[in-house]
Design a binder for this molecule. Structure first.
Ligand SMILES: NC(=O)c1ccc[n+]([C@@H]2O[C@H](COP(=O)([O-])OP(=O)(O)OC[C@H]3O[C@@H](n4cnc5c(N)ncnc54)[C@H](OP(=O)(O)O)[C@@H]3O)[C@@H](O)[C@H]2O)c1
Length: 303
């Protein structure tokens, strides 16, 4: 199948490109600033998706059978730093893509986030009322609404905090932790903030299975097998990479109330019905950690 994949250079996009190519699909990737190759793609286009007119041009140029929108400004701080540009990528582009996909009767899978919830009412089912605490969460929620209004047949999947080995070696949770350690700083980690992490590779397997199920449309959740605290994640990274645990510090949310106010406390997700329908195993936390590689740039770092 010919697939148009936006965000091909990102954590999820690059994992999906590899998995889709292995499954025999022809992937045309769209990147923003990335200037190198993306394994698994048959073709790569650099486009600024803050310009939503790119949606029509891309679909008309490629004629895909499936569109996967994995492009986003995915960091809450980056959204706050540039609300206009992040809204263009996170809301206006997905809305335009959904309209083009619906018009051309092409299946669209759009990715959303656990951050649409406030973290006080989990585990959240897909129909639980959203209440985002930060701008990123509000943009992701608005995009969900705009995509589902424009393309009733679209599948929208909310994802948890993701682990993985990114192309840049600087995008995912453990890679950012290595950056902090490389700067000689200790990582403070909440013991009372929970996330149901899985890897981008596991998400890619789920997306491939979902792509084959055109009957599944609407809002879905996907996440790892269990929720863990931020501190539990950091401790598991230290053990996995042989890093001294003096590089992480346990902290409670009450110690940093201003930061905690913008970060949901417990984002546990109820993953029915995808869990039941797709037959893709939900990933155990320990397996997710085992799949992580020390970033190449940090190989000689003594920690
Ligand atoms: N990572 C997580 O923990 C997480 C958790 C929940 C949900 N999600 C959602 O999952 C999806 C994928 O996230 P991710 O972690 O893979 O994101 P990511 O690693 O930050 O990658 C973002 C992708 O979007 C592209 N992009 C950003 N701005 C662009 C622009 N103006 N024009 C063209 N491309 C642009 C980037 O391209 P370049 O790098 O080439 O510029 C990159 O390929 C997003 O919808 C995100 O909201 C992610």
């Amino acid at each position: 199948m010919k697939i148009l994949l936006t965000g091909a250079s990102g954590l999820v996009g690059s994992a999906f490109a590899r998995a889709a190519a292995r499954a025999g699909h022809e992937v045309f990737g769209v990147v923003g600033r990335w200037s190198e190759t993306v394994p698994g793609t048959a073709g790569l286009l650099a486009r600024d998706l803050a310009d939503s007119t790119q949606a029509r041009a891309l679909v008309q140029g490629i004629h895909p059978a499936l569109i996967v929108n994995a492009a986003a400004i995915s960091e809450p701080a980056a959204c706050e730093a540039d609300p206009v540009m992040s809204r263009a990528v996170n809301v206006e582009f997905p809305a335009a893509l959904a309209a083009v996909a619906a018009h051309a009767r092409i299946r669209l899978i759009h990715l959303s986030s656990e951050q649409v919830f406030d973290g006080e009412g989990g585990p959240y089912a897909p129909d639980a009322p959203p209440h985002p605490l930060n701008l990123y969460g509000r943009q992701k929620r608005e995009a969900e609404q705009r995509v589902s209004e424009a393309a009733r047949q679209a599948a929208i999947v909310r994802l948890p905090l993701l682990f993985g080995n990114s192309l840049t070696g600087r995008r995912s949770v453990h890679e950012k932790m290595f950056e902090t350690w490389a700067a000689g700083k200790v990582t403070p980690l909440f013991t009372d903030e929970l996330r149901q992490v899985c890897t981008a590779g596991n998400v890619a397997a789920m997306l491939l299975a979902l792509a084959a199920r055109r009957d599944l449309h609407g809002l879905f959740h996907w996440a790892g097998a269990r929720s863990v605290s931020r501190h539990e994640m950091g401790a598991a990274f230290c053990r996995h990479f042989g890093v001294d645990e003096k590089w992480i510090r346990a902290q409670r949310r009450a110690e940093l109330p201003e930061l905690a106010a913008r970060r949901p406390r417990d984002l546990s997700l109820d993953c029915a019905p995808l869990d039941r329908e797709l037959g893709v195993p939900r990933e155990p936390f320990e397996d997710a950690v085992r799949s992580l590689a020390r970033p190449q740039w940090a190989e000689d770092l003594a920690l």
